[in-house]
Design a protein around this ligand. Structure first.
Ligand code: GLU
Length: 530
């Protein structure tokens, strides 16, 4: 054992339990769901190269849930040693997006912790020290090949149809040659000396997977710029930080045998690996930037609720104990989540499903005064920014009274999937409707002339003004009345009235809409519309 005799009896237990379950013929989804109960130390280890991806949020969430569930710790570690791919501000954005979704780290760049620093770029001495250990013990070697030499080698290999891999020229340098090169300050990388044979990994979802070491290449562990590569830094930190479970995307599965070789070389026990299935588009292609909204920030901007996005990503690769039940708050996820529900089949990202989940959370919020208030608080600045000074009817500022917005929400909640729909679909609640839009003209063409005539006359306006109380029921009676007086159909009258009040056919029932708008607004709009 090197540096620290660190043992993981707890993670061992988890593994043993899993194997026993499998031996007993229990599938992962059998009734006796596999529960990990001892404290797990887990980590999310993003490279700050851009925005937080939906898949990244899922990985972070599962790690977080496992940590909370087991009274363990969730660590955020920033893997920023590839200095060429760094994006300014990316770490802050990642942390904000995680925090928005309710995924807070116990240890990390913001909160610090016993293993500070949590930026790998600030831990280079540690990796250098470990690389030296590997060299000293024959598990790694210095490679002095120049980029040009490596380039020529690869070209040659590809010309001959050979596998592209380091040809190990520097693996057999004599001590003398090495000393000479070092004395000349020749830049070098440190490469893993991959042993011959096979490497087996034991993954919680994939089971035992064997890799032929011949395909592993002698990966670079330390670059000539003094920074480690992902493989070395990741393994060293996972060990030093006491990580018990590595939950990460399937794209890292091919790297895992290299990690296992490193654990062995150091004499350390590897953590439990759990590789999560890839996220796919509906057409079966890998979810990528090109497929539209893959960044969590895009969902934040579009008004999705954090609990809905968390709920949505939780279901991409995890099946709740009761398949019928799919809507969970973060607290409910904490209660239900367990490793046994993870599955290895690739998960299709359906935005319709996200919309549906968001709607369920919207209805949930609408059930409590606090939930309603949270939506009002969200909408007030949105409406202010959207509609101030952009008012077609010439009104100076949009209607922003919180009680009014709350009533709009209550009236519209069954018809929307996202709070933002209120601003997108129903501007007429806040500003005067525009009657000169394409949509308004199309609607006007559909109106029956006798209904327009019935609605657009002095007598009707007077009746509307006299209506009391100005509530949905009374307004309905008024529709019946003018339909009867003018020999028109009630639904034709309602349609003409909807046009006058909103300029669109989108919204709640016309009588409820009018009751919300209030009498004076309705009287004004009726006078102005036709
Ligand atoms: N830095 C890697 C990433 O960007 C971490 C992968 C892992 O979790 O091991 O995803």
């Amino acid at each position: 054992m090197l540096f620290r005799a660190w043992r993981r009896p707890l993670s061992r237990l988890a593994t043993v339990q899993h194997i026993l379950n499998r031996r007993a013929g229990l599938s992962l989804h059998s009734i006796q769901r596999f529960q990990h109960t001892s404290p797990a130390r887990v980590r999310f280890a993003p490279s700050p190269t851009g925005y937080l991806h939906l898949g990244g949020l899922r990985t972070a969430l599962y790690n977080y849930l496992l940590a909370k569930k087991t009274n363990g710790s969730f660590i955020l570690r920033i893997e920023d040693t590839d200095r060429t791919r760094l994006v300014e501000g990316a770490t802050d954005k990642l942390i904000s997006a995680l925090s928005w979704a309710g995924v807070e780290a116990d240890e990390g760049p913001r909160q610090g912790g016993p293993h500070s620093p949590y930026f790998q770029s600030q831990r280079t001495d540690i990796y250098r020290h470990h690389a030296q250990y590997l060299i000293d013990n024959g598990h790694a070697y210095r490679c002095f090949c120049t980029p040009d030499r490596l380039d020529d080698m690869r070209k040659e290999q590809s010309k001959r149809g050979r596998r592209i891999a380091y040809d190990r020229r520097c693996a057999s340098l004599t001590n003398e040659q090495i000393e000479k090169n070092l004395a000349m300050d020749m830049p070098f990388t440190v490469r893993l000396k991959t042993p011959k044979g096979m490497t087996q990994i034991d993954d919680f979802l994939h089971g035992k997977v064997n890799f032929n070491n011949a395909i592993l290449d002698d990966s670079v562990l330390m670059k000539s710029d003094g920074y480690p590569t992902y493989h070395l830094a990741n393994v060293v930190d996972d060990y030093l930080m006491g990580i018990t479970h590595v939950l990460r995307g399937d794209e890292w599965l091919p790297s895992t045998p290299k990690h296992v070789l490193l654990y062995r070389a150091f004499g350390w026990e590897a953590p439990q690996f759990i590789h999560l299935p890839l996220l796919l588009n509906k057409d079966g292609t890998k979810l990528s930037k090109r497929s539209g909204d893959v960044h969590v920030e895009q969902y934040i901007d579009k008004g999705y609720f954090p609990e809905a996005v968390a709920n949505f990503v939780a279901l991409l690769g995890w099946a709740p104990p009761n398949a019928e039940e799919e809507i969970f708050t973060m607290d409910e996820l904490l209660e239900k989540f367990d490793l046994a529900g993870l599955n290895k089949s690739q998960a299709v990202v359906s935005l319709e499903k996200l919309d549906w989940i968001n709607k369920q959370h919207l209805l949930k919020r609408a059930q409590t005064a606090q939930g309603l208030q949270s939506m009002v608080d969200y909408l007030v600045p949105v409406i202010r920014n959207r509609f101030t000074n952009s008012v077609p009817g010439g009104e100076a500022s949009p209607r922003l009274e919180p009680t009014y917005i709350k009533n709009v929400l209550v009236t519209m909640k069954e018809r929307i999937r996202n709070v933002m729909d209120i601003a997108d679909m129903c501007p007429y609640f806040f500003v005067e409707p525009a009657y000169d839009t394409e949509q308004a003209s199309a609607l006007r063409k559909k109106l029956k002339p006798n209904a327009i005539a019935a609605v657009n006359k002095e007598e009707t306006r007077r009746m509307l003004e006299a209506l009391a109380p100005f509530d949905a029921e009374k307004i309905n009676e008024f529709f019946q009345q003018i339909a009867a007086d003018n020999n028109a159909k009630v639904n034709h009258v309602q349609m003409a009235m909807r046009y006058a009040m909103t300029g669109t056919n989108v919204g709640a029932a016309v009588n409820s809409t009018m009751a919300l708008l209030g009498k004076s607004t309705c009287v004004d709009r009726l006078a102005r519309s036709f």
